[in-house]
Design a protein around this ligand. Sequence first.
Ligand code: NAD
Ligand code: MG
Length: 399
Amino acid sequence: ASDPPARRVCILGATGSIGRSTMEVVAHLRKVDPEYRWQVWAASGHRNLDTLAEVALSADPVPRRLVASCAQTHARVSGNGESPLARFSGEILAGPDALVRVATDPEIDVLVAAIVGRAGLESTLAAVQEGKRVALANKETLVVAGPIVRQAAQKSGAELLPVDSEHSALFQCLGDRPDDVEKLILTASGGPFRDWSTEQMRQASVQSALNHPTWDMGAKITIDSATMMNKALEIIEARWLFDVPAETIEVVVHPQSIVHSLVEFRDHSVISQWSPPDMRLPIQYALTYPRRLPGVAKRWNRQQPCQLDMLPADRERFPALDLGFEVARVGGTAGAVVNAANEVAVGLFLDGQIRFTDIVKSCHQVLQHHQFDASPTLADLVQIDQWARRETLRFADGL
Ligand code: NAD
Ligand code: MG
């Protein structure tokens, strides 16, 4: 028998939480998939080249190409001959442009978009334009440029498959009769401050905000979960990914993070997707869809009692939710502005420069002050993103 065909994966953001989980999934698929021979073909990291080297060299086979997307870091380390990447014999590319080059490389079949923040936009969009399968963890890409990415996918035939657990759940529950769908219901754990008063949140420390009850993730999304800005971003992500109006989307608080989201149909039947919190499941499904293969993710243990709570979301204590619905409703430049403001404000909070409750306040403020444009080009979005970053710093300065 001849060898099965190769399935070559490019992981951008390989050193992060999703990136490392993806490395595990690919290693697993290599063992269990009789139809394809999986391998990580290219991988990127940003500042920490030690981690990139460690992640890449522990893969079997080792990726052919690595990207150090932060060009300065790469130049500094390779300049004095002590690069941690010295043992890597493949090709090393540097700088943000290299991300687009590997994402569109004809040799790769799947892009796993696992960079955090707006920094993932160009490479994700480029892979979509190239007609690749894109396993999308980088929700900020759809928040910033949802309509542009959607259009590009329609034109190229690219498959845009969700990695975000809620969107993977919706995708798994939806079925093929879209007219029968009444509501997409996103679950939210509620984060570490689910039961805190606004006053307590005003005083919240960085440490307590980084302490997520059910998920172990990168710092930015962990803070986003505490403010519930993560759910706001996911509302916007769902709006573009499934092409539904904001009114179709709802949020319910589910502290156990076992039900990953639900779909309500017109006859009021509700279908949900369950599994213990483990990102390797939605990653694997995005890679193998429409096939389901033996899982690497944790399995629901029926020997343990399992309790599921579903609670209404508190939109007063978590004003990010209304912000998310508003942005999903108006579209245009609003997503780029709120996303940029949030990225900057989260950074300021992590640096101890603003209060926890100032994060969402800054996003509101900057959204209110921006020059709304209903159908921006990509260049407009890039420009307004930069404006919103400056405006957030200015607002935070006056706090
Ligand atoms: P992380 O912080 O653990 O990893 C981020 C990755 O992006 C790293 O590889 C880092 O080197 C790279 N990176 C950071 N800044 C960059 C830049 N300016 N240019 C290029 N690369 C850069 O983040 P994460 O938790 O893995 O999240 C990644 C994405 O997946 C985010 O968009 C997040 O919202 C989404 N997501 C994560 C989870 C999760 O469980 N971690 C769940 C759902 C969605
Ligand atoms: Mg999620």
